[in-house]
Structures are given as C-alpha cells and as structure tokens.
Design a protein around this ligand. Structure first.
Ligand code: NAD
Length: 261
C-alpha cells in the first residue's frame, strides 16, 4: 500500500456534486476511500453518484444544505451508519454570492455568503468531529486566494471575509484537535473552471474597480488549471504522506497570488 492510499477510509466531502468537490471525491475514491457525497442540488448528487459508482467507487449520496445544522447533523449520521466510521472531512461547499459595492450589499446577502461558506464549514466539521475522534482523521477546508492573499477583487467582500475565516478555523482546530490525531489543513485555490463563476451575483456590469493590467501576464506557471489538480493536492493532504502536516494553508494557483495582491 503506498502512502497515498485511502483504503478502508470513509470521506465526507461537501459541495461534491460538481467542480472541485467532485474532483476531490474522484481522487479519494480512486485511491480506496468510500465517499459521502454531500451537496444541496439533489439531481447533481444523483448524477455524480452514478458516475463515481460506474468507476467502482462506493458512494453514499447525501442531500443537505451545509448552512442548516439539522441537515448537516443528519447527513453525517447517515454516512456513519452506512459505512461504520468517518475518517476524512472536506468542508468544500461554497458560493461566490453577491459581488458589489458595500452600499449595494444587503445585510441578508452578506449573511447568505457567510452562512454557506463559513457557518457551513463550522457545521460540517462540528458534526463530524465526534466520529473522527474515535480513531483520528483528517480535515480539509477549501478557502481561496481571495481574502488570504488577494484583496484586489473589489466587491467580493462577503466572500473574501468567509474565506479568511476558514483559514482561522483551520488553524484554531489544528491546535484543538491535534491531541486526538486529527489534522486540519486549508487549501487556497486560485481560478479553476467550475460552475461557481456562473452563479456570481454581480450588481453592476462593470467591475467595482478597474483591474490592473499585467503586460507579461500574471501567471508565473503557464499550466492550465484543472479541478483534478486540486483533487491531487487534497489527496496528498488527507493521506499518510502528509501525516506530520497540520494547521497549514496550501496555495494552488500557478503563483498568481504572488503577483496580484
Ligand atoms: P462549484 O459551484 O462547481 O461547486 C460548489 C458546490 O457546492 C456546488 O455543487 C453547489 O451545489 C454546492 N453548494 C453550494 N451551496 C451549498 C449549500 N448551501 N449546501 C450544500 N452544497 C452547496 O464551485 P467550485 O469552484 O468547485 O467551488 C468549491 C469550493 O472552492 C468553494 O468553496 C469555492 O469558494 C472554492 N474556490 C473555488 C475557486 C474556483 O475558481 N473555482 C477558487 C477558489 C476557491
């Protein structure tokens, strides 16, 4: 068995019906994990479950809204009941929400982004931890370059605050849960093609602030971004290859956030 093998482990991944979460579910599943595939879009959950099962991956579909405590709690219990234990949790579900000038963001819009991205991460981890404590495990959060290294996407204030909060959560919980053999890390992707970009609610056709132009390009590495690359990073971080790594934040953005701040 190599150090990347997740044989015998059960992984719950939120926002797993598309994009990064789906790529993570595939990477974990192909390396032996049984998957709890959680998302709030029931049809997408069904489609993703069928596709992963066709590859021979064991999947428990979980339809839940990560911002709702009762739904997350019962989905977590459903997964533990199905496979007997939970070893890995990836709080990945997220929305871009409203990108606008602060005067144009309603209190409800601010709350919605925080509820899904930050409260959702809290609930996902909170209800899984009692199961992880039984044998130890690994927690991952999908944060972002926005709010941690990039502050120039003016208008993305609720999103960036939620993503900064996830990094604080990862570090706080790494310290709290280390004694139970639970590692907690965050990943910060740059741009990856996914559904999330279509759902951004912009209140103005024009960007809130003109973007700076980088004549030589702002991407030090010229490789094309694919969600599978994030799946590979997540696999490494939850695997035994990373067993001495906790409380860390790993960027996966071709170096862009080193150029654009
Ligand atoms: P995506 O839209 O393809 O996937 C997000 C998934 O989360 C969707 O399937 C959606 O249905 C689900 N979801 C949304 N709200 C939910 C809720 N309340 N409860 C349960 N599930 C919910 O987008 P993605 O790009 O794969 O995003 C995944 C994560 O990666 C997000 O946290 C996002 O902020 C982060 N991220 C993405 C990028 C990027 O460029 N794609 C960059 C940095 C960070």
């Amino acid at each position: 068995m190599n150090g990347l093998s997740l044989d015998g482990r059960v992984a719950m991944i939120t926002g797993a019906a598309s994009g990064i979460g789906l790529a993570v579910a595939g990477a974990f599943g192909r390396n032996g994990a049984k998957i709890g595939l959680l998302d709030n879009r029931a049809e997408k959950v069904e489609e993703a479950t069928l596709n992963l099962r066709a590859e021979g991956i064991e999947v428990e579909p979980l339809v839940a809204d990560v911002s709702k405590a009762d739904q997350v709690e019962s989905a977590t219990e459903q997964l533990a009941e199905r496979f007997g234990h939970i070893d890995i949790v990836h709080a990945n579900a997220g929305i871009n929400g409203v990108w606008a000038r602060i005067e144009d963001i309603t209190p409800e819009e601010f709350d919605e982004t925080i509820a899904v991205n930050l409260r959702g991460s809290f609930l996902t981890i909170k209800y899984a931890v009692p199961f992880l404590k039984r044998q130890g495990g690994s927690v991952l959060l999908t944060s972002s370059v926005n709010g941690t290294r990039i502050f120039s996407n003016t208008g993305a204030t609720p999103y960036s605050c939620s993503k900064a909060g996830q990094v604080a959560m990862a570090k706080m919980l790494a310290v709290e849960l280390g004694q139970f053999g639970i590692r907690v890390n965050a990943i910060c992707p740059g741009y990856f093609p996914s559904d999330i970009h279509q759902t951004t609610k912009r209140k103005s056709e024009k960007p809130v602030r003109e973007q700076a132009h980088y004549p030589g390009g702002a991407r030090p590495l010229k490789s094309e971004a694919t969600t599978e690359q994030v799946g590979d990073l997540a696999l490494f971080l939850v695997s035994d290859m990373a067993k001495h790594i906790t409380g860390e934040v790993v960027y996966i953005d071709a170096g862009v956030s080193l150029v654009i701040g």
